[in-house]
Design a binder for this molecule. Structure first.
Ligand code: CP
Length: 304
């Protein structure tokens, strides 16, 4: 996204009040959530955002749709478009799904996360939260800030969108994890890559922890807390936690004013300890609140 457009959306998000807008610019419109993959935060906050703007929300959820009978995503979208909806919010397991639908319908399509590819509104809410945490929300100039993104970056659409936006605004981003999750090839995104969290952590202004996305690792299951589970990407979840988990001890070594972020859902006790997730450095619920502001700005930008 060009820098000017990114800053315009961030300014609109910053200035959006997350309560019912008396102007109701989307009054009478229907926004369809077309979700082929599970979601709590993104779907709920798009729904709250659309409702705040006066729209009705139509929830179309993967397992209940005729895609399970063999219908294509494009046919599904075209049929729902024919009913008069104003916009689609699309989440899918396959990268490129939102773009594919957008290329085949005549209404705005907003990407709510496509496979391992992109999650643009998550990137916007992450940047808004980061900028507010470091008092950079006047002009969204992030020069001088260093951000670590830690964990299963190879599986993460959130990381891709965050790196792109943060780099556009001047922040330095370092991706940290074992080589199977933070391969050197990520440097093509404009970040640096490291395997050593402990040496980098004290210099960071923000640390964004990522969940191990077991569902994107062939055949791996999310382990119970305390299990020594493994995935094709790592030999031991316990070892991953020892080297890359943000424990209380590690959080105490972060610099003054540095914040802890996580896009959710959290696997407490694996990538992030519960008392850090709920502790004074955490801006995780602020990220969630900002999700409504960002999605109101994006929907208004697309439709109002
Ligand atoms: N951060 C995020 O996309 O969460 P959900 O999967 O719950 O929407």
């Amino acid at each position: 996204m060009p820098k000017a457009e990114l800053v315009d959306l961030l300014v609109a998000s910053r200035d959006t009040v997350p309560v019912t807008n008396p102007d109701r610019p989307l009054d009478g419109m229907i926004v369809a959530n077309l979700f082929f993959e599970d979601s709590t935060r993104t779907r709920a906050s798009f729904s709250v955002a659309a409702t705040n703007l006066g729209a009705h929300v139509l929830d179309l959820l993967g397992s209940t749709l005729s895609v399970s009978k063999g219908e294509t995503l494009i046919d599904t979208a075209k049929n729902v478009e024919a009913m008069g909806v104003a916009a689609f919010v699309v989440r899918a397991k396959q990268g490129g799904s939102a773009k594919m639908i957008a290329d085949n319908v005549g209404i705005p399509v907003i990407n709510a996360g496509d496979g391992k590819h992109e999650h643009p509104t998550q990137g916007l809410l992450d940047i808004l939260t980061l900028a507010e945490s470091h008092n950079r929300h006047d002009d969204f100039d992030l020069k001088g800030l260093s951000i670590a993104i830690v964990g299963d970056i190879a599986s993460s659409r959130v990381a891709r969108s965050a790196v792109a936006g943060m780099r556009t605004l001047g922040a330095k981003v370092i991706c940290i994890g074992p080589p199977s999750m933070a391969p050197g090839s990520l440097e093509a995104l404009g970040c640096t890559v490291s395997g050593d969290l402990d040496s980098v952590l004290p210099k960071m202004d923000a640390v964004m922890m990522l969940r191990i996305q077991f569902e994107r690792h062939d055949g791996a299951k999310t382990p119970a807390i305390g299990d020594s589970g493994k995935t094709p990407a790592i030999a031991s979840v316990r070892e991953f936690r020892e080297r890359y988990g943000l424990t209380r001890d590690r959080a105490d070594r972060m610099k003054a004013g540095a914040v802890v972020m996580h896009p959710g859902p959290i696997n407490r006790g694996i990538e992030l300890d519960a008392d850090v997730a709920d502790g004074p450095r955490s801006v995780i619920l602020r990220q969630v609140s900002n999700g409504v502001r960002v999605r109101m700005a994006v929907l208004a930008n697309a439709l109002a």
